[in-house]
Design a binder for this molecule. Structure first.
Ligand SMILES: [Zn+2]
Length: 81
């Protein structure tokens, strides 16, 4: 089977494929608040280097995806600040 990169997880995938090791597609990743992005990076680096903190990384990942989805919804509703 040929390797297919995973789809961006936001809104059940919107056909944007992810680069290696990427959490979200570039467009959505840039919508994650900077402090949270930094936390995700730190957790990811720790997991990669020490092989620990997987649960924390998963939680942060979910949080990042939720923050992007909330942002998308508020844009759709038109109450963008
Ligand atoms: Zn995306």
């Amino acid at each position: 089977m040929t390797y297919r990169p995973p789809l961006c997880p936001v809104f059940g995938g919107h056909q944007a494929r992810l680069g290696t090791g990427m959490l979200l597609c570039r467009r959505h990743w840039l919508m994650v608040p900077k402090p949270l992005r930094d936390q995700v990076w730190a957790a990811w680096a720790r997991f990669r280097e020490a092989g620990e903190g997987l649960r924390e990384l998963r939680d942060l990942r979910v949080e990042a995806i939720r923050s992007v989805e909330a942002e998308c919804e508020s844009r759709v509703r038109g109450d963008r600040r």
